[in-house]
Design a protein around this ligand. Structure first.
Ligand code: ATP
Ligand code: MG
Length: 223
């Protein structure tokens, strides 16, 4: 679908709820630019930038990056793509971050992936990631074509340092206390759309149908 006006979306869900996978599909089907806070942070860690070195140990422990650091990082990236439609994945993760985004851009839609915590715990410990692209695989239900290798580039897959059982528990706790209030924030603005389920492949068609409808309404309203 070709977008005729700028469309700004956010995807929210607990760690391992499938945000990365669904975001990839959204950006492919609808042409939104995908901005993932986790991918940006991991790229900094990988490249051993000053910021990456500073943040690695707290991220590995499952703690959130301070709001002002995160907001500056993301808002700077958004400024560079101001004329494009985008999808934010992993930001905002606190009400403070949502407020700082709101001061600059209004969000058209927030996609909430509602996946039970026990499903997530099982998933994350069998997850393998291609760090440069953020592509994820699961050894149980979405394995790579060649074991240990990314399907597109053939490069090696790794297990994230923060996908250990203890850290996953801490990340889920952080989600509950700090990110769930963001859902309420967007619900009260009337832009929250919740999709519940345990499998990404079953949730995706609903997200796709919803966005098709939403975007054709928006396109008609400018035509
Ligand atoms: P998933 O595993 O599905 O990618 P996640 O939310 O656990 O979800 P990322 O979004 O990749 O993982 O983020 C990894 C880590 O980076 C977080 O645990 C946190 O430490 C840090 N982080 C990412 N985004 C933010 C943010 N908006 N605010 C604060 N910390 C963040
Ligand atoms: Mg992610």
């Amino acid at each position: 679908m070709v977008l005729q006006r700028i469309f700004r979306a956010v995807i929210i869900g607990p760690p391992g709820s499938g945000k990365g996978t669904v975001s990839g599909r959204i950006s492919k089907s609808f042409g939104l630019k995908h901005i993932s806070s986790g991918d940006i942070l991991r790229a900094n860690i990988n490249a051993k930038t000053e910021l990456g070195l500073l943040l690695k140990s707290s991220i590995d422990r499952g703690q959130l990056v301070p709001d002002h650091v995160m907001s500056r990082l993301i808002l700077t990236d958004l400024r560079a793509i101001e004329q494009s439609s985008w999808l934010l994945d992993g930001f905002p993760r606190t009400v403070t971050q949502a407020d700082s985004l709101d001061q600059v851009y209004s969000v058209d839609t927030v996609i909430n992936l509602n996946v039970p915590f026990h499903t997530i715990k099982e998933r994350l410990t069998s997850r393998w990631t291609h760090l440069p692209s953020g592509r994820v695989y699961n050894i149980d239900f979405n394995p790579p074509k060649v074991p240990g290798r990314d399907d597109v580039t053939g490069e090696p897959l790794v297990q994230r340092d923060d996908d250990t059982p203890d850290t996953v528990t801490r990340r889920l706790k952080a989600y509950e206390t700090q990110t769930e209030p963001v859902l309420e924030y967007y619900r009260s603005k009337g832009v929250l759309e919740t999709f519940s389920g345990t499998e990404t492949n079953k949730i995706w068609p609903h997200v796709e149908t919803f966005l098709h409808k939403k975007l054709s309404v928006l396109n008609h309203s400018v035509a």
